[in-house]
Design a binder for this molecule. Structure first.
Ligand code: SF4
Length: 357
C-alpha cells in the first residue's frame, strides 16, 4: 500500500497540476488513451477536469469485449445452444450479440461457464468427454496465457478442448487510428498492461506517423506525468515514444510471453467494432494448432449480424463521440441493462462515464 500511496500523493498531484496549467495551446490537442483501465482511472480520479484549455482526452478501443464484433458473439451463442460447453471471462457473458447474449442462452439451458483463466477451461475439458470451447478474446495481455493453454492441451492430447479465436493486437489498431483523418489524434497514452508483454519497441513505428506516445501506469501521478510528457512533445513538435512505466515495462517486453504467443498464434485481418477490418490485427491459431480452432471444428449457421439501431458504441470506440452524447446513455442503457458492450465491462467507456462521469 505504501508503494501505491506514492503514486497518489496529493502534494505531487498538486505540483503536476501546476505544470499542466503552464501549457497554452491555441488549437485543440487530442490525446487518446488506448487502454480501458486508463479510461476507468481517468474518470475515477477526475483527470479530465485537470487538463489545460484545448486539451482533450478521448477513449480508444482498449476494452476487449467492446471491440469484439457481434458476429463472434452470435457464433458463441449458437455453439452454446448446440450443447457445446462455452467457457469465458465474466464480462463477455453479458455482452449483447445481435439477438441474444450468452447470459440469456444460459438462462435458457445452455452450458455457459465463467472461468478465471483459460487453464480452468482446460481443466473442465480434462474432466469429461464434453466439447469445451474457450472464448479467446483480449489483447496481448491475455494472449500468452491462452497460447500456453492451447499448447498444454495439445501436449496432453486433450481432444475435446478448442478456442474461438478473437484476440486482437494493439499496434495495428494504432496504425489505423493514426491514419484516420477524421480523428486528428495528437498523441497516445499507451497501455500499461499490453506494454508489459510487447515492450516499448513495439510502438516505435508511431514516429513515422508523427504521433508521440507515452506508456503509462495507472495511478494519478503516473497518468498526469505521462500527459505532461505527451504535451511537452506535442508543444516541441518532437514526437517520440517514452516508457513512463519502467517499474513494470521493459523496452523489449516479456520475451518468454512473446515466444509462446508467436508459436501458437499468427496475425490475421480482423474486424473491430466501430473501426472495421484492420489488416493483421487479429490472432488466429498457427498451422500446428489449427485443429483446435472452434470455428473450424464446428459448423453452425448464423444469420447476418445486426447492431442495435440506437447504440453508438462504434463511434465511442473510435473516440468521435463521448458516451453521454449517445441518446440511450443512462436512459435505456445502464450497467444493469446494457444495450451495447461499452456499458458492460468496467473498462468500457460508457460504463466508466456512467459510474464516475
Ligand atoms: S450508452 Fe449504451 S447504447 Fe449508447 S453507445 Fe454506450 S453502450 Fe451503446
Amino acid at each position: 500500500m505504501e508503494f501505491v500511496n506514492q503514486f497518489r500523493d496529493a502534494e505531487i498531484v498538486k505540483k503536476l497540476r501546476k505544470r499542466l496549467d503552464e501549457f497554452h495551446f491555441t488549437e485543440e490537442v487530442k490525446i487518446m488513451e488506448v487502454c480501458g483501465t486508463h479510461t476507468m482511472q481517468i474518470h475515477r480520479f477526475g483527470i479530465h477536469q485537470m487538463l489545460p484549455e484545448n486539451v482533450k482526452l478521448i477513449s480508444g478501443p482498449g476494452c476487449p469485449v467492446c471491440v469484439t464484433p457481434n458476429s463472434y458473439i452470435d457464433f458463441a451463442i449458437e455453439l452454446a445452444k448446440k450443447g457445446v460447453m462455452i467457457t469465458t471471462f465474466g464480462d463477455m457473458i453479458r455482452v449483447p450479440g445481435s439477438r441474444s447474449s450468452l447470459e440469456r442462452a444460459r438462462a435458457e439451458g445452455a452450458n455457459v461457464r465463467v472461468v478465471y483463466s483459460p487453464m480452468d477451461a482446460l481443466e473442465l475439458a480434462g474432466k469429461g468427454e464434453e466439447e469445451v470451447v474457450f472464448l479467446a478474446i483480449g489483447f496481448e495481455t491475455t494472449a500468452p496465457t491462452i497460447a500456453a493453454t492451447v499448447k498444454k492441451a495439445k501436449d496432453e492430447g486433450i481432444k475435446n478442448f478448442s478456442v474461438l479465436s478473437g484476440g486482437k493486437l494493439v499496434p495495428p489498431a494504432l496504425v489505423a487510428l493514426s491514419q484516420d483523418p477524421e480523428l486528428k489524434i495528437s498523441g497516445f497514452l499507451l497501455p500499461g498492461h499490453v506494454s508489459v508483454i510487447i515492450g516499448k519497441k513495439a510502438y516505435l513505428f508511431l514516429k513515422d506517423y508523427r504521433k508521440p506516445g507515452v506508456i503509462s501506469g495507472f495511478e494519478p501521478v503516473d497518468i498526469l506525468h505521462s500527459i505532461i510528457a505527451l504535451l511537452e512533445m506535442i508543444e516541441r513538435e518532437e514526437p517520440d515514444i517514452i516508457n513512463n512505466y519502467k517499474r513494470a515495462v521493459r523496452d523489449q517486453g516479456n520475451l518468454v510471453a512473446q515466444r509462446v504467443m508467436e508459436e501458437v498464434f499468427e496475425p490475421a485481418d480482423s474486424e473491430w467494432r466501430g473501426i472495421g477490418e484492420i489488416p493483421a490485427s487479429g490472432l488466429v491459431l498457427s498451422e500446428p494448432y489449427r485443429d483446435m480452432e472452434a470455428m473450424n471444428r464446428f459448423s453452425v449457421e448464423i444469420p447476418p449480424p445486426e447492431e442495435h439501431p440506437g447504440c453508438r458504441c462504434g463511434d465511442v470506440l473510435k473516440g468521435v463521440l463521448n458516451p453521454p452524447e449517445c441518446p440511450l446513455f443512462g436512459k435505456v442503457c445502464t450497467p444493469e441493462n446494457p444495450i451495447g458492450p461499452c456499458m458492460v465491462s468496467s473498462e468500457g467507456s460508457c460504463s466508466a462515464w456512467y459510474k464516475y462521469g
